[in-house]
Every structure is written in structure tokens, then in C-alpha cells.
Design a protein around this ligand. Structure first.
Ligand SMILES: Cc1cc2nc3c(=O)[nH]c(=O)nc-3n(C[C@H](O)[C@H](O)[C@H](O)COP(=O)(O)OP(=O)(O)OC[C@H]3O[C@@H](n4cnc5c(N)ncnc54)[C@H](O)[C@@H]3O)c2cc1C
Length: 220
């Protein structure tokens, strides 16, 4: 079933225009043409680089932790229990070994500079230097690998007028606190036939995030 007011996977949001009467999302189609979607509200669930958030002028303050994380799903001979997640806080750094279905394991480790796609030798070296000391694990193959970095960023508000944010577009709800900033409206939209929208209710205070205490990671 196609929902006419959803932005579908093949469309890209390029603009959000709003005023007290409604909101218009401008999308680019795969053939390069653009279309406008009129609605009473728009929910930006478009990830950490959210175009909707940027278009609404909602701040996203914070920064990136210096270290990176290596991530790999592997098949291996593992000497410890498959019923537990193991964390090794070794002098060389952290390595996490988590059992997955289909006889796989997920390895996550902190590194100064994780390779873009950790190879078998990289993962084996991490386990050799940080994992179980007495019984060796042997990686047989790497099914998938990647790297990521952790940010500590927070949207200034989860709702601004008719624009709402969800998921990574506004990470980590901290349900208390007061609005800290005034936000500009999204660009005013051009008049056109749009749905009749009821007035925007005031933003409940619990929708406005507060920063986590300094030094604590919102997600490790
Ligand atoms: C390597 C890695 C491992 C992770 N492991 C875990 C884990 O173990 N547990 C956990 O809880 N979380 C994990 N996460 C985090 C988790 O993936 C995210 O929190 C989650 O995917 C966020 O979902 P989302 O729908 O908000 O955003 P996303 O998954 O980022 O989805 C956003 C969607 O919006 C689309 N989009 C973006 N811009 C536009 C645009 N302009 N127009 C139209 N569409 C657009 C994107 O194409 C995408 O489909 C991991 C993340 C990474 C990178």
C-alpha cells in the first residue's frame, strides 16, 4: 500500500517549508523531477544528518569522540560460553565479543584509527592482544565488517512547530527540562492547496531534551 504523504525510499527530501497553517516537504524523485507534499506535520526520521532537522533550523550541538570502533561479524572457534556477551577491558583497549545467531560472533573494539573494513588478520590480532589469554580463539572468516565513531550530539528540541524529529535525527531522549533556544521557522512555504490543519499545540516540556551530564557517553 502506498501512503501518499510518506517520503518513500527512492525520494530525497530537499526542503521543508512551514508556517502556522501547515508544512510542505519538497522531494526530489529519481528522475530528477521534484514534488511537493503538503501536510499538517512532518516527522523527520532521516537519520543523524537529518535534512528535516537542518531545514527546521533545529540546532544539533555536540562533538565526536576521538577514538573509533572496529566492528566485525565473524565465524570463529571461541573458547568461552556462547550464552554470554564478553567484555575485555585489556590494557590495549576494549574488545566486546557477542554471540549472534547462525554461529556468528560480533566483535567490537575501540581503536585510535579503525580500518574501514577490518580484515580477518585485524580481528584475530584484536582477540589475541585483548581477548582470552589462556585459551586462543581462531577467526575462520569475516562475514561483514565496518567501523564507526560515536558522537555525543543532541537536538535542541524534538518538535518545532509542525516539524517533529525521531530516531537518530534527535538522539537520546532526556525527558525533562525547558526549551533552551528559540528556533526560526522553516522557510515560509508558498501558498497552495493544502490540508486544513488544526492549530499546533504548545510543545510539552518533556519533548525538549536536556544535555546529558558532561563526560558521559549517550551510547557506547
Ligand atoms: C555500524 C553501526 C552499528 C550499530 N549497532 C547498533 C546496535 O547494535 N544497537 C543499536 O541500538 N543501534 C546500533 N546502531 C545505531 C542504529 O543503527 C541507529 O540508531 C538506527 O539505525 C537509527 O535509525 P533511524 O531510522 O533513526 O535512522 P537511519 O537508520 O539512519 O535511517 C534514516 C533513513 O533516512 C533516509 N534519509 C536520510 N536523508 C534523507 C533525505 N534527505 N530524504 C529522504 N530520506 C533520507 C536514509 O536513507 C535512511 O533510510 C548502529 C549504527 C551503526 C552505524
Amino acid at each position: 500500500m502506498a501512503y501518499p504523504n510518506f517520503v518513500h525510499g527512492e525520494q530525497t527530501v530537499t526542503g521543508v517549508e512551514g508556517d502556522d497553517a501547515g508544512v510542505t516537504v519538497v522531494v526530489r524523485r529519481p528522475d530528477g523531477s521534484s514534488a511537493r507534499i503538503d501536510a499538517c506535520y512532518v516527522v523527520g526520521c532521516d537519520g543523524v544528518h537529518s535534512t528535516v532537522r537542518q531545514q527546521a533550523g533545529i540546532g544539533f550541538a555536540g562533538s565526536r569522540y576521538a577514538e573509533s570502533f572496529a566492528l566485525a561479524d565473524v565465524h570463529m572457534d571461541w573458547p568461552l560460553s556462547r550464552r554470554e556477551v564478553h567484555l575485555f577491558f585489556a590494557p590495549a583497549g576494549l574488545v566486546v565479543v557477542a554471540p549472534l545467531p547462525d554461529d556468528r560472533y560480533r566483535i567490537v573494539a575501540t581503536l585510535d584509527q579503525a580500518p574501514e573494513h577490518p580484515a580477518l588478520a585485524d580481528v584475530q590480532a584484536l582477540l589475541d592482544t585483548r581477548g582470552p589469554a589462556r585459551r586462543r580463539s581462531t577467526v575462520r572468516d569475516v562475514v561483514w565488517s565496518s567501523r564507526f565513531q560515536v558522537h555525543h550530539r543532541l537536538a535542541d528540541t524534538y518538535r518545532h512547530g509542525r516539524v517533529l524529529l525521531a530516531g537518530d535525527a534527535a538522539p537520546r531522549p532526556q525527558p525533562r527540562g525547558r526549551p533552551r533556544h528559540e528556533h526560526r521557522h522553516p522557510r515560509r512555504r508558498s501558498p497552495r492547496s493544502s490540508p486544513t490543519c488544526s492549530p499546533v499545540p504548545p510543545t510539552p516540556q518533556s519533548w525538549t531534551p536536556t544535555k546529558p551530564p558532561a563526560g558521559r557517553s549517550p551510547r557506547a
